[in-house]
Design a binder for this molecule. Structure first.
Ligand SMILES: NC(=O)c1ccc[n+]([C@@H]2O[C@H](COP(=O)([O-])OP(=O)(O)OC[C@H]3O[C@@H](n4cnc5c(N)ncnc54)[C@H](O)[C@@H]3O)[C@@H](O)[C@H]2O)c1
Length: 403
């Protein structure tokens, strides 16, 4: 298949591009390097030393003899370039990772809220409109988040996207229907993913676009078989307070002897998936497209559910790290239950990597190896969900990213 990977330079996009290329697909990456720009803005860097994309692509060619194309396009802003690329390449599938994906970053200031909405909703809608204008029948595989459901499930197992409801009709009969599971976003970032869902539903209905939306859990781990082939292919590892995801942050904190920063009570329960399973799930979804006219397929792309405090305990036992309960910057329940169905991807053949299999390898193989690159100043989360009123707006007007 010919596959475009939007956001193919990022944490999930890069290993997915390599994996799909290794599977024999013709892969082209589209990216505008917004994520690398955010590193500069935040004075943060990946714990692992990632190479520029040109070096990454050349290394992949050297190691495997396979070429991965690249197009520098801002998908949210440069509609004409995106349209021309679709008309020119006529891909069979488009994997869409090209969004601002950090909840804390999306809550930093009004600039960051507006940027996240404009970028994420703009990217998704430009893509859908361009597919229609180019008269393409490409299958869109989008990376959404488990966070669209909210985290209060009240003992119910979260279904995969749709909820069966019964309503009383006017004639006294009962009507059954399946509706999109009611959304309950916990940040501006999560809100953009709920808006994406509506865009997908509309274009699947109106234009019969073929769409799979993968509601992904929090990704942990760093390497995949392909990124491990050569140091120049190494994947990024974010540990800072904005982009670092909880489990990877704990792993790095343990490696440098920094107490594990648990927000609030740690009673928050979240869904997780290893990066090796992310790339495999995307492959499974790409290779099993929906029919034209089918409603949006929604899969819960997660493999395990854990309470944050239990994860911290697990890592503390493995490494001897201490646990530090710090104030929770988020506006959320202090604890929640979470039951999730992930039957669809298991039925397609997913054989999950578990925490028990791989946790120690991550601590020693990545966090220990690169711990000298860690900047401790970047560890605390400084974003606040409910912030003091902004008084200093200098540098935050217009389009420029605050640096
Ligand atoms: N990492 C996780 O734990 C996680 C969990 C659930 C869902 N997801 C979803 O998976 C997707 C990828 O996440 P990630 O962790 O790889 O994020 P990332 O920030 O590392 O990668 C996103 C990539 O998209 C690019 N990009 C952003 N806006 C763009 C635009 N307008 N035009 C072109 N390129 C653009 C960035 O430069 C970056 O390379 C996101 O949509 C995210 O919401 C990630």
């Amino acid at each position: 298949m010919r596959i475009l990977i939007l956001g193919g330079d990022g944490f999930c996009g890069w290993p997915t591009s390599l994996h799909l290329s290794a599977c024999g697909h013709d892969v082209d990456i589209v990216d505008n390097f917004a994520r690398r720009d955010a590193d500069l803005e935040l004075c943060a860097d990946s714990l692992t030393p990632i190479e520029p994309l040109e070096v990454r692509r050349a290394a992949w060619y050297q190691v495997t003899g396979r070429d991965i194309g690249f197009h520098r396009i801002d998908v949210a802003r440069d509609y004409e370039a995106l349209l021309a690329l679709l008309q020119d390449t006529r891909p069979d599938a488009i994997v869409h990772f090209a969004e601002q994906r950090a909840a804390p970053y999306s809550m930093k200031s009004s600039w960051h809220k507006r940027y996240t909405v404009d970028n994420n909703v703009g990217s998704t809608h430009n893509l859908l409109a361009a597919i229609v204008e180019a008269q393409l029948d490409a299958h869109v595989v989008h990376l959404g988040t488990m966070g669209v459901y909210g985290y209060g499930t009240a003992g119910v197992t979260l279904p995969e996207g749709y909820l069966a409801v019964r309503m009383d009709a006017q004639d006294g009969s009962e009507v059954e229907e399946e509706i999109l599971y009611p959304v309950n976003p916990g940040s501006v970032y999560h809100m953009t993913k709920t808006l994406d869902q509506l865009l997908f539903a509309f274009y699947a209905k109106n234009d019969e676009l073929r769409i799979t939306d993968l509601h992904q859990g929090i990704v942990w781990g760093t390497q995949t078989p392909e990124t491990g082939l050569d140091d120049r292919l190494i994947n990024r590892f974010d540990y800072d307070g904005d982009y670092g995801t909880v489990l990877n942050r704990f792993l790095m904190q343990a490696a440098i002897g920094y107490p594990l920063t648990v927000h609030g009570t740690g009673g928050q329960t979240r869904a997780f998936i290893h990066i090796r399973d992310t790339v495999r799930c995307v492959q499974l979804a790409v290779e099993a497209p929906p029919e034209r006219g089918e409603r949006v397929r929604i899969y819960n792309q997660m493999t395990e559910v854990h309470r944050v405090i239990d994860l911290a305990g697990m890592i503390a036992r493995l490494t001897g790290a201490e646990i530090d309960l710090v104030g929770n910057p988020r506006k959320e329940a202090s604890h929640n239950d979470l039951l999730v169905s992930n039957r669809n991807l298991l039925e397609l053949g997913l054989d999950p990597v578990t925490l028990a299999d791989d946790l120690l390898q991550e601590v020693t193989g990545i966090a220990e190896r690169f711990k000298d690159r860690c900047d401790r100043e970047r560890i605390p989360c400084r974003s606040r969900w409910v912030a003091e009123a902004e008084t200093d707006r200098s540098g935050l007007e217009g389009d420029a990213r605050p640096v």
